[in-house]
Every structure is written in structure tokens, then in C-alpha cells.
Design a protein around this ligand. Structure first.
Ligand code: GLN
Length: 484
């Protein structure tokens, strides 16, 4: 049995039965990292020593007959915009090189309570701005299915690590698609929770009204497991919602008879590659075969989602990133006076895409342009939300491709920001409307995985998991792995 490709829920059982040990599991995963990460480059930082110590402690506790939580001993990869006390957190930016947070993100605390094992910090687009992980300030990550292609982004390192067997599960963050699109490109499961469902405390902010942390996993059951661990109210995040967390695994019944699924026509027409459309049409057939009714619908304001997102997200980012001035965090470039030092630090520390966003956002927020751009974008955001509200009066779930194309070639879109932005056309509106959405492997276009996306009303994560589980059980795409 290949431990690196066994889902967490099975590993958890094997650990309890003492068929395997946590130390053995950690060794297998780090062995896999040693074998393939030179090619994939999913990690910015490895936590081998701590992982080994964590794993040994789990083995000792199991040997002593302790009851341990479900994720005890499970190797988890962590996106590098999540703070782990005592370990460098860079957001793949040179400006944060050397920044070691003195505290844990709440999701990290929750995983520590589970006694999960951290493999390391995964690569990403700088400050989560991008769709390919090529905007990393350090190096790009490759797609395990085809090393000449991108893994998607911005959580490309996390998705690639799971796909390559370099982690059993991982955490990502999603502001406009950054969990779902890389999950789709890498043939794994990714869930962007409802805004406020998971605490953002200790997540380095990109666009605070859109950011959510979520699971990237090998299968839907693992997704439900990890979601149950990270969800919940947190007094340290005022936008986290004080609402109980259901047992997400109990939603995993492979039955969606009578589910009403809407397919927004704006997500299946222009811009969607024919090979993606083909996989998507097959998915509809599968769901119909399972007893769901699938019907076309419309979200008329969809075409404004991209422009609205690229005003709101950069506006928030320009404000959030103002704190990186060389004084408190990471890089500091000394100069003749403090203003010159700010300039030098920010010029050298930020990459081109981050600078572009800061300029866009500062412009959109500036006097005289605020009403014309930022305020208008907020109004569009409301219209987009209303489109979804109306659709959910008629449908339990909405269905779309996760991304308009399969993984594209490294370098293909770097010179054209708009082309890069367009790879999120199926995911952005979900964040603007604060909704949960899940990407599950839907099939293949040649050798490349294609994802399908379920979108739900607020706090309908269980419904998403149930539909994805039924689909997964019927199709079995999740069991495919890259040759690598
Ligand atoms: N690709 C989108 C962007 O560049 C979304 C990124 C994300 O979800 N973090 O902003």
C-alpha cells in the first residue's frame, strides 16, 4: 500500500489498528518529498524535524492507549500565508523573508489540538495574488500531472503537494478561486467555505472581505473531516460567525435523489474550452443518472464579477499591504531617511503583480475616483449576491466548471495579466457573494484533470459535500494519480 496516496480517513484507522505508525507515515511522506519535490517544488519550507517529533509523540500516545482525534498523526501541508508559531511565513514574498510569527493561526491551533503533523509551508502566488503560482517571489511550482504546466494558484503548492503524494491533505486560502482552481488543475478536492465559517485569525490578509481558508484533500470524506476541524466561531476574528459546526462527515450519504441543480448559462458559454465543456456535460449526465434534476438558469450580472473583483480585491489589498514598510516585518532596506527606506523596501520587496494590485487599488480608492470605481464595484457586488439569492430560491445547488481550461503551460499567461485574471471567471463571483463552493475531480481532458464546481447558499457546506460525495462514489476520478 502506498501510504502517501491513502486518504486520511483510512490512515487514521490504520494508525488506530497499529497497522502503521505515525512515524512510518511521516517518513513515507518525507521520502516522497525527497523523491519528487525537486521536480514539483511544492514547498517553500520543510518541517521535517518537528513533523518527526510530532509523529513520535502520537505513536507514544497511541501505545499508551490514549483516544486521539481523527487527524492525529496525519501529515498536512500548510499554505505559506498561514502563521505557525516559530516558523517563517513569507506569503512567497521577498518582503516577508525572515518574518517568523510569534503565534499560531486559529486553524493551526485547531490542527495542533488534533495532533496533526505539519509537513511544511507550501508555495503560492505572492500574497495569494495569482492563478498559477508563477507569481511566487521565489520559484514556480509545477503541476504533478504535467511538469510543464502550472498547478493553478494561488494555493498551487498545497494542491500540487496533495496531488504528488507530498502531503495527505493541505490547507489553502481562497479570495477569488485560489483553493478551487488549483484543486481542479491538480485533480484533487478543494472547498472554499462560506465567508465567516472559518476563522481568518493568523491568515495574512489579502482582501479581507473575500478571504477564506479551506481544505485541499484527496477525496471528499477527507474534505469533510478537515472542514470539521477548521470551522467554527473564533472571538479573535470578528467576521467569524457564531454558529455551531455540524458533523460534516454525516452528510456523506451517496444519495442526491431529488436535488435540484441549476447550471448558470453564463458559466458554460464563451471562454469555456470545449474539452472542459465535454467533461462538464458528462458530469451533468452522471448527476441526472443519480436522480438529480439539472436545469439551465441565469445569473445575469456574472459578466461584471471580474471587473468588480479587480477593483474590490486590489482596493483592500492596497490597504492591507500598507503595513509592509520595512519597519515591523521581514525585509528592511536602509536608506538616507525613513521615507527613502520605505520606498526602497517596497520597491525591492514586492513583485510586479503585487505592485500592480497596489496601484490599481490605490487608484480605485483615491478621491474623485472612489465613487466611480470602488463604490460602483460594491453596488455590483450586491447585484451579484442577489442573482445567487434568486437562483437559490429555485435550486439546492448550482453547478459549473471550476476553471475555463485545464492547467495551462508555465509561462503561457505571465505576460498578459488579463488572460491570467480570466482563469478565475467561474470562481470569483462566489467570493463576492460570500458563498461556499467545492471543486471535485470531474474527469480528464487528455492527461489533464478537469474540476467541476458545486456552489451552495450560505452555510450549505454539508449539501456541497453530499453532492460531491455522491458524484465521487459514482465516478471514482479521485483515485487517479499522476505518473510523475
Ligand atoms: N486569482 C485571483 C487573484 O489573483 C484569486 C486569488 C485568490 O483567490 N487568492 O486575485
Amino acid at each position: 500500500m502506498d501510504l502517501c496516496y491513502t486518504p486520511a480517513h483510512e490512515l487514521s484507522r490504520l494508525l488506530r489498528e497499529k497497522t502503521i505508525s505515525a512515524a512510518e507515515l511521516a517518513e513515507a511522506v518525507f521520502g516522497r518529498i525527497d523523491a519528487v519535490d525537486e521536480k514539483v517544488r511544492a514547498y517553500l519550507l520543510l518541517m521535517r524535524e518537528e513533523a518527526t517529533a510530532q509523529a513520535r509523540a502520537v505513536d507514544r500516545a497511541l501505545a499508551a492507549g490514549e483516544e486521539l482525534p481523527p487527524l492525529a498523526g496525519i501529515p498536512v501541508g500548510i499554505k505559506d500565508n498561514l502563521c505557525i508559531n516559530g516558523f517563517e511565513t513569507t506569503c512567497a514574498s521577498k518582503i516577508l523573508k525572515g518574518f517568523v510569527p510569534p503565534y499560531d493561526a486559529t486553524v493551526i491551533e485547531s490542527l495542533k489540538q488534533q495532533r496533526a503533523v505539519f509537513t511544511g509551508k507550501t508555495n503560492m502566488d505572492e500574497f495569494a495574488m495569482g492563478s498559477s503560482t508563477e507569481n511566487s517571489g521565489f520559484f514556480p511550482t509545477a503541476n504533478p500531472w504535467d511538469l510543464e504546466r502550472v498547478p493553478g494558484g494561488s494555493s498551487g503548492g498545497s494542491a500540487a503537494a496533495v496531488a504528488a503524494g507530498e502531503a495527505v491533505m493541505a490547507l489553502g486560502s481562497d479570495t477569488g478561486g485560489s483553493i478551487r482552481q488549483p484543486a481542479a488543475f491538480c485533480g484533487v478536492v478543494g472547498l472554499k467555505p462560506t465567508y465567516g465559517r472559518v476563522s481568518r485569525y493568523g491568515l495574512v490578509a489579502f482582501a479581507s472581505s473575500l478571504d477564506q481558508i479551506g481544505p485541499i484533500t484527496r477525496d471528499v470524506r477527507d474534505c469533510a473531516l478537515l472542514m470539521g476541524v477548521i470551522a467554527g466561531h473564533d472571538p479573535k476574528d470578528s467576521t467569524s460567525v457564531p454558529q455551531g459546526v455540524p458533523d460534516y462527515t454525516s452528510a456523506l450519504v451517496a444519495d442526491i435523489k431529488g436535488f435540484r441543480i441549476g447550471v448558470p448559462r453564463e458559466y458554460t458559454g464563451e471562454g469555456i474550452a470545449p474539452e472542459v465543456r465535454a467533461v462538464f456535460d458528462q458530469a451533468i449526465e452522471v448527476l441526472t443518472g443519480l436522480g438529480a434534476t439539472v436545469e439551465e438558469t441565469s445569473l445575469p450580472h456574472t459578466k461584471y464579477a471580474l471587473p468588480a473583483y479587480y477593483l474590490i480585491a486590489p482596493a483592500e489589498a492596497s490597504s492591507n499591504l500598507a503595513r509592509y514598510d520595512g519597519v515591523e516585518y521581514g525585509l528592511r532596506e536602509p536608506a538616507e531617511d525613513v521615507v527613502a527606506s520605505y520606498k526602497k523596501t517596497r520597491s525591492r520587496g514586492f513583485g510586479p503583480e503585487v505592485k500592480r494590485r497596489i496601484m490599481l487599488g490605490t487608484y480605485a480608492l483615491s478621491a474623485g475616483y472612489y465613487e466611480a470605481y470602488y463604490l460602483k464595484a460594491l453596488k455590483i457586488r450586491t447585484l451579484i449576491k442577489r442573482d445567487f439569492d434568486a437562483a437559490f430560491e429555485r435550486f439546492d445547488l448550482l453547478l459549473s466548471p471550476t476553471a475555463p481550461t485545464p492547467a495551462f503551460k508555465i509561462g503561457e499567461k505571465v505576460a498578459d495579466p488579463l488572460a491570467m485574471y480570466l482563469s478565475d471567471i467561474c470562481t470569483l463571483a462566489v467570493n463576492l457573494a460570500s458563498l461556499p463552493a467545492l471543486s471535485v475531480p470531474g474527469g480528464f481532458a487528455g492527461h489533464l484533470p478537469v474540476g467541476i464546481q458545486f456552489i451552495g447558499p450560505p452555510f450549505a457546506e454539508e449539501r456541497l459535500l453530499r453532492a460531491a460525495y455522491a458524484f465521487e462514489q459514482e465516478t471514482g476520478w479521485v483515485s487517479k494519480r499522476p505518473a510523475l
